[in-house]
Design a protein. Structure first.
Length: 198
């Protein structure tokens, strides 16, 4: 890790070495292809520390963002960590997502590894453009779950600080959901030429 000096090098390292999965409180690492991956996730999951991710080479988006947070802060970047979900008054199985953004000169950049369908670094002139772009990617994914238009209106994003290590699902959700909600323009047209995947 000491040889990684740029976000591009970090993404290259993560895409080649960090797999999607999670660490259970039983000490087992669960890979997303495991038949029992989701069976007791809510009871078993604990938030990995960055050193856990490096040791196990597994993490879901919650874990990978904390791994990224450590590197970006060590390298002196201005960052924000964002959580998104469909916030409903009833139980639902819609996926949540976390991601990290960072300032690069005059640009805001979306850094994505865990969501391998959207893996890359993308630059935007404003945070609103970035959040709008990511919101649309999240919405496209949610539509594969037959989300209703009323439920789409309940999508929220929050900006959260570093959570405690090794907390469980309930503790993590309390931390991120009770963080500062982000209001942004959901109708910005996609910027031309800035959305470069690396």
């Amino acid at each position: 890790m000491n040889n990684i000096k740029t976000p591009e090098a970090l993404l290259d390292f993560m895409s080649k070495n960090i797999n999607y999965g999670y660490l259970g409180k039983n000490g087992r690492v669960y890979h997303y292809d495991d038949i029992d991956f989701n069976v007791e996730w809510e009871q078993l999951y604990i938030l990995e520390s960055p050193s856990d991710v490096l040791k196990n080479l597994y993490g879901n988006c919650w874990d990978q963002v904390e791994f990224e947070r450590k590197w970006f802060l060590k390298e002196g970047y201005q960052i924000k960590t964002i959580y998104e979900m469909v916030k409903l008054d009833y139980d639902n199985n819609y996926p949540t997502h976390t991601f990290l953004i960072y300032k690069d000169n005059e640009y805001w950049c979306w850094f994505e590894n865990a969501d391998f369908n959207n893996r890359g670094i993308r630059k935007f002139m404003t945070i609103d453009e970035l959040l709008n772009y990511q919101y649309k990617k999240y919405l496209d994914f949610l539509k594969t779950f037959n989300i209703t238009s009323e439920e789409i209106e309940k999508i929220i994003m929050t900006e959260f600080d570093k959570p405690k290590e090794h907390i469980n699902v309930k503790e993590y959700l309390e931390h991120v959901i009770n963080s500062k909600e982000i209001k942004f323009n959901k109708n910005i047209e996609e910027p031309k030429g800035m959305n470069k995947k690396r």
